[in-house]
Design a protein around this ligand. Structure first.
Ligand SMILES: *Cc1c(COP(=O)(O)O)cnc(C)c1O
Length: 414
């Protein structure tokens, strides 16, 4: 498909917003369809037995079977690889498929991993409870402190795995420092870039070997598709992980790919709008007496505000808050919001609110929660694209209610 090469050369002069809409998304060469066709097929016909043999031998391009590659999925891969500044990408059936393909594909028995302590729960459990059975060791540390990471590195450390901004504490990890440490240790640097999206942070440009995403979140952005994607810095890593994806089986299907590609076109618009809402909401929340702490990299009060400005193109739209009233006050807030939806996940156009200690991070022990800085009263908000005034009003009434009377179900809980 010749149009791909044209895309690559043209895209170098295009801005991010233009590339999100056009890379990998040329009109269909057969009928000129402006929206990419969905190649809803499991298998592809060969013109001759010799052609089938050549494709299997890797001597000829073209498709064989959709678990191994599909034209609709490749359009998405091409676009995200371009936006991340990577060599290539592999779309997966979920974010967890991306995480497990990277870990299974790159780690060997006897290897050690240094990872962000408050990383996405299932990613941590995959290392801690499953890969340990295959002889992989992991240390979970506060990667926002490069000294702590350096001290955790062992002679057999082969991977530094980070999430920045971290979930739900919004601490940042210095990617330049991690790339230096990984280089010195002979380890690979993997960054789960889900929270920032390529719009705000491109880890490969800072020396990471791999950036991965749950496309369920910002990249798709409409809370209607589960998916993931792995972006590699080199051809060699793409080949290695392509093979692992074929055996693991977690490829993205063509219809899923088409939906994600549709969502991706508006990533810049959505991220800008949600971020503007989040900036205003964070400042407003900081002024409220009911709120003890606001964690948001866009605030001057964020301990790594300067790193946020250096490493990210914007602070994003995830906010977490600690209420002065602790756990009870946090639960009461969740009960009283009207517009904001009580749900886990993030990165959609609608604002979602949740309680990490009892929901997304419930798999962690009280000690692990404390170590990771997740207090019992922490509330996480994924700010969406609604009108700002409606979001502020919703929180205002929920907080005001709280100062007037105890939560209606406080008696039931304790
Ligand atoms: C949601 C999420 C994942 C897992 O993605 P799924 O699409 O749910 O499998 C991984 N990492 C982060 C940071 C996430 O937010």
């Amino acid at each position: 498909m010749a149009h791909r090469d044209d895309d690559r050369s043209r895209s170098e002069t295009w801005a991010f917003e233009t590339r999100a809409i056009h890379v990998g998304q040329d009109p269909d060469p057969q009928y000129g369809a402006v929206a990419p066709p969905i190649y809803q097929t499991s298998t592809f016909a060969f013109e001759s037995p010799a052609q089938g043999a050549r494709r299997f031998a890797g001597e000829e391009g073209g498709y064989i079977y959709s678990r191994l590659g599909n034209p609709t999925t490749e359009r998405l891969e091409q676009c995200v690889a371009d936006l991340e500044g990577g060599y290539g990408a592999l779309a997966t059936s979920s974010g967890m498929a991306a995480v497990s393909i990277v870990m299974l594909g790159l780690l060997e028995s006897g290897d050690h991993v240094v990872a962000t302590d408050c990383m996405y729960g299932p990613s941590r459990l995959l290392l801690e409870r499953e890969l340990v059975r295959f002889g992989v060791e992991a240390s979970f540390v506060d990667t926002s402190d490069a000294g702590v990471v350096e001290a955790a590195i062992r002679p057999n450390t082969r991977m530094i795995y980070v999430e920045t901004p971290s979930n739900p504490t919004l601490k940042l990890t210095d990617l330049d420092a991690m790339a230096r440490l990984a280089g010195r240790a002979g380890a690979r640097l993997v960054c789960d870039n889900t929270f920032a999206s390529p719009m705000l942070q491109r880890p490969i440009e800072r020396g990471a070997d791999i950036a991965l995403h749950s496309t369920t979140k910002y990249i798709n952005g409409h809370s209607d598709v589960v998916g993931g994607i792995i972006v590699t810095a080199t051809a060699e890593l793409r080949t290695r992980l392509d093979r692992m994806r074929a055996y693991h089986g977690g490829s993205m299907d063509p219809h899923q790919s088409w939906l994600v590609l549709r969502g991706l076109k508006t990533l810049p618009l959505r991220v800008e709008r949600a971020q503007e809402n989040a900036r205003r909401l964070a400042v407003w929340l900081e002024s409220r007496p009911e709120v003890a702490t606001v964690h948001y990299p866009g605030l001057d009060s964020h301990p790594q505000h300067e790193l946020a400005q250096r490493q990210m193109d914007g602070p994003g739209s995830m906010i977490s808050i600690e209420l002065a009233g602790g756990h009870e006050a946090g639960v009461a807030l969740l009960e009283r919001v009207g517009l904001m939806t009580l749900a886990v996940s993030l990165g959609g156009v609608e604002t979602l609110i949740e309680h990490p200690a009892s929901m997304t991070h419930a798999g962690m022990s009280p000690e692990e929660l404390a170590e990771a800085g997740i207090s019992p009263g922490l509330v996480r908000i994924s700010v969406g694209c609604e009108a700002y005034e409606d979001l502020e009003r919703d929180l205002e009434q929920a907080l005001a209610e709280q100062t007037r009377s105890p939560s209606p179900s406080a008696a039931i809980r304790r």
